[in-house]
Design a protein around this ligand. Structure first.
Ligand SMILES: Cc1cc2nc3c(=O)[nH]c(=O)nc-3n(C[C@H](O)[C@H](O)[C@H](O)COP(=O)(O)OP(=O)(O)OC[C@H]3O[C@@H](n4cnc5c(N)ncnc54)[C@H](O)[C@@H]3O)c2cc1C
Length: 470
């Protein structure tokens, strides 16, 4: 369809039939002309309400002005000051439900493509020469960060910029959290994450992988013999939920987290050159409809599934994935089975052979406010499948608070924090991101990391003043 002058400039993408068979990035990014044209679409509103839609309050109006003026250093600086993970958020943020939802252009034409411009400017920034010098911390206090997802990375960066010595402890063998092990390369190339991590290393942040805090090291050890003055917990919500239906323990059933971790972190697509195998058959059913489900089903396609399908008990309207991911999945040939609820995984000789489902219809809204799916009697049927991937949600992992009973949690497992939304029930132990909110978004985790860094700095400054007057 021809694009009208007032429409949002479309993101150039790779052809669906080519990209559905590899892990190269799908979106190609704007060129300079696209960026100039798109920034000019901004109406320069008196009251830039787009900013209210941004969880970290990027000064979008000034940013647009800088891009339109071709002043990329200024645009990059404005972005990075508000959002230290701009290259990542420009790729994965649900802008359509945040800043772009508030854009005045949305009502008549498409919104200004704030996310695509964020990506353009941060990609420009990554191409600039860097100063290799590693900054030296100038304050005495050391801070430990537990977990290297977006909340931990942002908290680490902010504290390092304030002059603290910062160490990030990560349970896995590579840093990045979900950005590394969950979101596939075709949406977020590892090179982008590596660039962000190298920038933190240049700020003096130290990364220590393969350390499980609560097991390898306890919080008391970090405070005691290791001398950390504050700890930030950004351990995420990586514990998968299961449906509790018969057959879930058959070979060929995966949680989406395990499925994606094997692919993204352990490079299972390269087995036997990599050490981790992954059995993906011709027919793969992914249960759920969020971003994780889209990532899993599109990865299954790329690993050779001929029928990669999403099975979801509600309708398309209740789907929680980003619109872009959904549209890309349709273009790539993913099949969607709405109003379909799995009730049993069927198997033979220990391996999955099918998924027994019920057809559903929508009833009155439930406690989540969404229409409740109601089974249609006698509608049972079977999908013949080789794999079932469960993507029905995750919870915070209880390991750390089990090892530290003073760390109090909500009944569902999220860490309790104070009225500032930062400090836990243990003095000078702070937390943020999915570990506090439950599974949410990159930008909310980044915002929590930033808020925690400010609180840590404020609290340690008080401690410093107190000890100076004693
Ligand atoms: C597949 C997938 C796709 C997603 N897509 C999007 C998207 O498109 N857009 C979006 O905004 N959000 C998306 N999300 C959600 C988003 O990625 C998360 O909300 C975000 O990563 C949470 O950040 P975090 O810092 O709280 O924790 P995480 O990213 O979960 O990182 C936590 C880190 O802590 C480590 N850890 C855990 N326990 C310990 C311990 N005891 N000791 C040491 N380290 C520990 C973990 O290994 C992990 O590396 C997606 C999530 C998934 C799973």
């Amino acid at each position: 369809m021809p694009v009208k002058r007032a429409d949002k400039t479309p993101m150039p993408v790779r052809e669906a039939n080519l990209r559905a068979h590899d892990f190269e990035e799908v979106n190609e990014g704007y060129c300079f002309a696209h960026a100039m044209f798109e920034a000019e679409r901004c109406l320069r509103c008196q009251d830039p309400v787009c900013i209210d839609g941004c969880p970290v309050r990027v000064p979008i109006a000034d940013f647009m002005h800088a891009v339109a003026a071709g002043d990329m250093p200024k645009a990059a600086e404005l972005l990075r000051t508000a959002n230290p993970l701009a290259a990542i958020c420009g790729r994965v943020c649900p802008q359509e439900a945040q800043c772009e939802a508030n854009c005045h252009m949305t009502k008549r034409f498409g919104p200004v493509a704030i996310g695509h411009l964020e990506r353009y400017v941060s990609d420009w920034e990554m191409e600039q020469p860097i100063n290799d010098e590693v900054a030296k911390p100038w304050r005495d206090e050391k801070i430990a960060i537990v977990g290297s997802g977006p909340s931990g990375l942002v908290c680490a960066g902010e504290l390092a910029r304030m002059g603290y010595t910062v160490t990030v402890f990560e349970a896995l063998h590579a840093p990045g959290g979900v950005l590394r092990y969950g979101i596939p390369e075709f949406r977020l190339p590892n090179s982008i994450l590596d660039w962000e991590i190298q920038s933190l290393e240049r700020l003096g942040v130290e990364f220590v992988n393969n350390v499980i805090i609560g097991k390898t090291l306890k919080l008391e050890q970090l405070f005691g013999e290791m001398g950390y003055k504050a700890i930030f917990i950004g351990t995420g919500a990586g514990l998968p939920k299961f449906m509790g239906i018969p057959g879930e323990s058959l070979n060929g059933v995966y949680s989406a987290n395990e499925f994606l971790t094997r692919i993204n972190l352990m490079q299972a697509f390269d087995f036997p050159r990599s050490e981790t195998p992954l059995s993906v058959g011709k027919r793969v059913a992914v249960i759920g409809s969020g971003n994780t489900a889209m990532d899993a089903v599109r990865s299954a396609l790329r690993l050779g599934a001929e029928h990669a399908m999403v099975v979801y008990r509600r309708s398309e309207n209740e789907m929680t994935a980003r619109i872009e991911e959904y549209e890309h999945a349709i273009e790539e040939g993913v099949e969607f089975h709405w109003l379909t609820n799995p009730i049993e995984v069927l198997g033979e000789d220990g391996w999955v052979t099918g998924l027994k489902c019920l057809r559903m219809e929508l009833g009155e809204p439930d406690e989540s406010g969404r229409a409740r799916p109601v089974p249609i009697e006698g509608s049972e049927f079977i999908f013949p499948v080789d794999n079932v991937v469960l993507s029905i949600g995750t919870r915070p992992n209880p390991l750390l608070h089990k090892a530290t009973p003073e760390l109090k949690t909500h009944s569902w497992g999220g860490l309790l924090v104070d009225e500032r939304q930062v400090e836990t029930t243990v003095h000078r132990v702070y937390a943020g991101g999915d570990a506090v909110t439950g599974a949410a978004t990159v930008i909310l985790a980044a915002g929590a990391g930033k808020r925690a860094a400010e609180a840590i700095h404020a609290d340690l400054s008080v401690d410093r003043e107190k000890s100076a007057t004693n």
